[in-house]
Ligand binder design. Structure first.
Ligand code: ADP
Ligand code: MG
Ligand code: MG
Length: 909
């Protein structure tokens, strides 16, 4: 049997369904679903993504495809009583791309196919509007030229501007020099038949001279060429970039929808628009969107004309759809509610009204800001639409950091320059740049930039990615800029009408209410935008850290019920520990004691300890440090109370603590009453060729046992003191960089001796754990031996990655990105765990240590402890906890819950 390449939708013959997105693409599957639900959808058919994949693989049209297309067109003609290429009542179709997951605007669509010099006249007669027919024709010519013939779309602006000038002259209007101002003065809708006919002729001429061929007259030829072009658009550079950014597989391909046209540009009772069932920026439950009367397709999102509001609002001057086309609005409102119920998620909808009749053209789960994603998920649980487990799975943990985007300090008195639409939340400061390439160039130099555009288009994607924030003069909350910014998590202010952006001169003017210029911003000037309020400021503005928000707190509580992995934080100070607690940390997974050594008042004693000639002198120096360390640990225990606190003994090589400049060396010599040359000699002695693999970690403790002695003393003294205060503390003493059981045994003897003495002195005992960090391959391979001497292992995945790959993280910048780019490594192994390699060592260590020591506690304290993909792996390994920086604790909580839900398949569809 031959494979089915085409699925129909509409006219009671719908074959597809929402679940078949893989085959039909999101757009096609949902068009089919809407048709089945009885929602008015123009009929059509979907060519499967398999056909596209076939075509891309073999560069040949899949067998029988075009015959199939003709049969289905014949069906469309019969059922609509129109003829494709007909001279009575011509059928026009759109050809629309649509992959499995939506890639807004990344691939191509052509509208009004089927028009030529004859059918345009038939369309004019049949619709009784010559203006409409030629408007449709000029749109087809431009889109076809761009998508199919690869003619630069920009070339098609000039004839439109010329037409506008003609009108302006006829009406004795003074013609503004700026094209934007001209477009505002003479909008497309004002162009009449003679102008549009002239535009059509000019467009045909542009095609002839730039594509070296005439616009194809035959509707079937138009259609077939467009289908092929849409297949190919899967591989255009912006689609590729978008896929790379959103982890969409290259192999999917796009489905192609061929659909009967409906016309929003048929006059004043016609319209087109887009809507969201909830606010994609805040998540608030309110139906809203934008529309334009007498317009087609992309007009609303392209920002060519300023769109109007759907729902009635106090300041809309009666221009809302609700007021102007009441019945259509009500029908649309009912449909959107139905769609949300069916898809159980916020929908992003396209609709068109043709002569008073409403049609839905698309529905998809809407892109949203991180904050909105949390609020919508939590609200939908409250509304009974989804289960809390599903709510957890709906948020992207990686994006939760956006919740912590700074907000403008409410006490700030800085007056905004202008106000636009709050399109994607968060406040950011950066230098203004006026095109995407410049944004990329600045970002490459580590400059924060705000990309400023009149409006954005898919070509700007790389600049939007490089920018910290996006500001546009035109386009509303559904504009390209707004949708893409929310999807990428970039703060965005759109539709800031007070701005006049000149891309060529790389500057913009800001206009006051009376139109006068109140400010001029040139490339490189500092701007602050607040995507939560829509305000734009000159210069940098004071910000405050944002809060997680009450919905996020609710969601996090739910994650705690399903998650198996505990989440701890890496924290060195009481302040960090408090922060971690406020984000829900359940303990400290790594306290790096050297950070306590570095502080001003202690460094002298540390240096004395290092430079000491003999044990007695070293002990004297350590005695000075002991009270500092004891106090620090006591503070930490007081903050963490009964929660586990894992303290790592001194790790870095000693020379890191020594002065480098002559003045400091001289000072130290005086303080220690030794000669400068003595100090210098000792520093030279401590020099190492490769300190990363040198005298550090447990090796320090082996050669200078006084150091761990002092540190263990401080930990246990502090623990006893705080226990007496009434807290049941749980210290864990962690030995860094061990590769053998023998090292652990040596350290264990020190710990036991100190513990014995300390507990006797205090007259109480504190339960503590002794263990090690696994950060060397040998330690992982011999984990069963090490486990004999340890009650816990904590995988130090940063060093374990360095030592397993033989790659120094600090030196990797010059080659690792190339490896990732060429897919020789799936990701940066310092961000996402190298599961194949480092993960394999971990697996060996876990298995061996469990056999040797069933009760051993296992955790991770590398940076990977806060990375969702790595967490998924740690869940599969069955580790006990992950530990990450305080700010990533909420991310880890969500990621751990998702990993648990996925592992146990406990999620709802
Ligand atoms: P994208 O994926 O970029 O949104 P679409 O395929 O949705 O591209 O189409 C682009 C625009 O054309 C949308 O505004 C859509 O509503 C409109 N459009 C597509 N097909 C038709 C049609 N058959 N009739 C009227 N408008 C259409
Ligand atoms: Mg679009
Ligand atoms: Mg669309």
């Amino acid at each position: 049997m031959t494979r089915k390449l085409i699925y129909r939708f509409g006219l009671g013959e719908t074959e597809g369904r929402a679940e078949w997105k893989e085959l039909l693409g999101g757009k096609g599957a949902n068009l089919a679903e809407m048709a089945s639900m009885g929602i008015p959808v123009p009929p059509g058919f979907t060519i499967t993504s398999e056909a596209c994949v076939d075509y891309l693989r073999s560069s040949a049209i899949p067998e029988g495809l075009f015959e199939n297309v003709r049969e289905n067109l014949a069906w469309l003609e019969r059922s609509t009583l129109k003829g494709f290429g007909g001279t009575e009542n011509p059928l026009l179709v759109s050809v629309r791309s649509g992959a499995q997951s939506s890639m807004p605007g990344m691939m191509d669509t052509v509208l009004n196919l089927g028009l030529n010099d004859r059918t345009v006249l038939a369309l004019a007669r049949h619709s009784r509007s010559e203006r409409f027919a030629f408007d449709a024709y000029r749109r087809l010519l431009a889109m076809f030229a761009d998508v199919v013939l690869d003619v630069d779309r920009g070339l098609f602006d000039a004839p439109m501007h010329e037409a506008r000038r003609r009108i302006a002259r006829q009406r004795d209007l003074s013609i503004p020099g700026e094209l934007e101002a001209l477009a505002r003065l003479v909008p497309d809708t004002v162009l009449g038949v003679p102008e549009l006919r002239a535009v059509v002729e000019d467009y045909k001429a542009i095609i002839r001279s730039h594509a070296h061929q005439a616009f194809p007259d035959s509707p079937h030829e138009q259609l077939e060429a467009t289908i092929v072009a849409v297949f190919k658009s899967w591989n255009n550079p912006r689609a590729r970039l978008y896929r790379a950014m959103h982890n969409i597989p290259e192999g999917w391909g796009t489905a192609v929808n061929v659909q009967a046209m409906v016309f929003g540009n048929l006059g004043e009772t016609s319209a087109t628009g887009v809507a969201f069932t909830r606010d994609p920026s805040t998540g608030e439950r309110r139906f809203f969107g934008e529309w334009l009367p007498n317009a087609q397709g992309e007009d609303v999102v392209a920002g060519v004309r300023t769109p109007l509001a759907l729902a009635k609002a106090p300041d809309d001057n009666g221009s809302s759809l609700e007021e102007l086309m009441r019945e259509s609005y009500q029908e649309l409102f009912a449909i959107q509610a139905k769609l949300e119920q069916r898809f159980r998620d916020m929908q992003d909808i396209e609709f068109t009204i043709e002569a008073g009749k409403l049609y839905l053209l698309q529905t998809r789960n809407g892109k949203r800001s991180a904050r909105a994603s949390v609020r919508i998920a939590v609200d939908m649980v409250g509304e009974g639409l989804i289960h809390p487990d599903e709510a957890i799975l709906r948020v992207d943990p990686e994006r939760l950091q956006e919740l912590l985007f700074p907000a403008i300090d409410p006490r700030s008195t800085t007056v905004p320059l202008a106000k636009g639409i709050a399109a994607s939340p968060g406040a950011v400061t950066g230098r203004a740049v006026f095109n995407a390439d410049d944004a990329q160039a600045y970002a490459a130099k580590n400059e924060a930039v705000i990309l400023v555009r009149a409006e954005t288009s898919p070509e700007d994607l790389h600049g939007m990615k490089a920018a910290k924030g996006i500001l546009t003069a035109r386009g509303g909350a559904t504009s390209h800029a707004a949708v893409v910014a929310r999807g990428m998590g970039r703060p965005c202010v759109s539709g800031c009408a007070a701005l006049n952006v000149d891309h060529v001169a790389a500057r913009m003017t800001v206009h006051g209410a009376d139109g006068s210029v109140v400010a001029t911003i040139v490339q490189g000037d500092t701007l602050t935008i607040d995507g939560s309020s829509g305000k734009v400021y000159r210069g940098a503005v004071e910000t405050v850290a944002a809060e997680l928000g009450s919905e996020m707190e609710i969601l996090l509580k739910w994650t705690d019920r399903v998650r198996r992995l505990r989440v701890r934080a890496n924290a060195d100070t009481p302040a960090q520990a408090e922060k971690a607690l406020s984000f829900g940390a359940e303990g400290i997974g790594l306290c790096r004691t050297e950070h306590m050594f570095f502080s001003e008042e202690r460094i002298a004693a540390v240096r004395e300890m290092i430079l000491a000639r003999d044990v007695a002198a070293r002990k004297r120096a350590l005695d000075k440090l002991l009270p500092f360390q004891t106090r620090d640990f006591a503070q930490l225990f007081r903050v963490m109370k009964e929660r586990p606190v894992n303290i790592r003994l001194l790790d870095p090589p000693l020379h890191e603590f020594l002065p480098k400049e002559d003045a400091q060396i001289a000072q130290l010599a005086v303080a220690m009453a030794v000669s400068v040359s003595d100090v210098k000699r000792r520093i030279a002695e401590l020099y190492e060729y490769n300190p990363m693999l040198g005298h550090r970690g447990v090796r320090l403790g082996i050669t200078f046992p006084e150091i761990p002695e002092m540190q263990v003393q401080a930990i246990l003294d502090a623990a006893c003191v705080v226990k007496k205060e009434g807290y049941d503390v749980h210290p864990e003493i962690m030995i860094p960089l061990a590769f053998s059981a023998a090292e652990l045994l040596a350290m264990r003897q020190i710990v036991d001796a100190v513990a014995h003495e300390t507990f006797q002195r205090h007259g109480i005992e504190v339960k503590f754990k002794f263990g090690t960090m696994i950060e060397l391959p040998r330690a992982a391979l011999l984990a069963d031996q090490l486990a004999q001497q340890a009650e816990f292992f904590s995988f130090g995945t940063n060093d374990l990655t360095q030592t397993t790959l033989g790659v120094s993280r600090d030196d990797a910048g010059s080659f690792l990105p190339v490896y990732v780019e060429r897919q020789m490594l799936p990701e940066d192994p310092f961000v996402t765990l190298d599961i194949e390699g480092v993960g394999e060592l971990m697996r060996i260590a876990v298995e061996k240590s469990r056999v040797a020591h069933g009760e051993i506690s296992l955790g991770v304290c590398g940076e990977h402890g806060g990375d969702p993909k790595s967490i998924e792996f740690f869940e599969q390994l069955g580790l006990g906890y992950v530990s990450c920086s305080p700010f990533r604790v909420p991310i880890a909580r969500v990621a751990a819950a998702q990993a648990a839900l996925r592992r146990t398949k406990r999620y709802w569809h």
